[in-house]
Design a protein around this ligand. Structure first.
Ligand code: SF4
Length: 263
């Protein structure tokens, strides 16, 4: 059995969520907040994936913001077609104006940060730093028991996985994102039969245009393996207790809440 790496994130949020969605095949309750989250995710992720290609022809800091704003319009047009499955039951048009306003503000931050980088290290090195070797790179390993699709892979001295996060920005890095990024590094090591470990990956927060490193220490790698084994147990039918994390706030924000408490 191969576990999809994204399940690590869901498991880390709540193992019972994973049981309800993957074993019972129940969808979360629809809500405006959830729809807004999904559309916002699609827009921000798409803009992030296109960013490096878009900036290829830039020679100085002038014009970056205009370029990104123009691309935002294309992204808003394209997402219903690209993310068709994810957005199939959502009235996208109702949500677009507020999401557009938010992303326009984020583009200003992106523009400022890119401008600083270009002034400090030059356009050539800026592009080198932000241009991925591959985007949406799929891979799997029988030995590791994982499959996954990495948002971006950088190629420097080694391969560096990047997980894009479009939601709120935590103080550090959420445990689920840490496990996911580490698992991608482990998959890349397997894929390319690397003798040396990939020492870190990044979580990229699109809202603030910031990449935070995730070290792939032995402890984190062990937590990845332990989580994988627990997920296998859940998919085999082991039902996690209600509120296994002990956080009522998580349950309050959970789309499975009503169903969860009935099971
Ligand atoms: S309501 Fe709470 S325990 Fe139930 S799935 Fe959601 S987060 Fe988990």
């Amino acid at each position: 059995m191969k576990i999809h790496v994204s399940s690590l994130n869901e498991y880390s949020f709540c193992p019972r969520c994973l049981y309800i969605s993957h074993v019972l095949k129940i969808d979360p309750e629809p809500s405006r907040e959830r729809s807004r989250g999904l559309v916002g995710h699609a827009v921000r992720k798409e803009l992030s994936l296109r960013q490096a290609k878009l900036l290829e022809d830039i020679r100085d800091t002038d014009g970056i913001e205009i370029l990104l704003l123009k691309e935002l319009n294309s992204v808003l047009w394209d997402i219903p077609h690209i993310y068709k499955k994810m957005l199939q039951d959502i009235e996208i048009e109702d949500l677009i104006p507020e999401i557009r306003n938010e992303v326009v503000r984020e583009i200003k931050t992106m523009n400022e940060r890119l401008g600083i980088m270009i002034r400090e290290i030059g356009i050539h090195d800026t592009l080198k730093r932000i241009t991925p070797w591959r985007v949406e790179y799929s891979l799997e390993s029988n030995r590791l028991g994982f499959s996954g699709r990495i948002d971006k892979v950088m190629k420097e001295d080694t391969y560096i996985p990047i997980e894009i996060k479009t939601g709120g920005v935590p103080e550090s890095v959420w445990e689920g994102d840490r496990l996911q990024t580490c698992a991608y590094a482990m998959l890349l090591e397997e894929e390319f039969r690397l003798k040396k470990p990939i020492p870190f990956g990044y979580v990229e927060y699109t809202r603030v245009h910031e990449r935070r490193p995730v070290m792939t220490t032995e402890q984190v790698r062990r937590r990845v393996i332990n989580a994988r084994d627990s997920i296998i147990g859940i998919l085999d039918g082991k039902i996690p207790d209600i509120c296994p994390h002990g956080s009522g706030r998580k349950c309050d924000a959970c789309g499975y809440r009503e169903k969860c408490y009935e099971i």
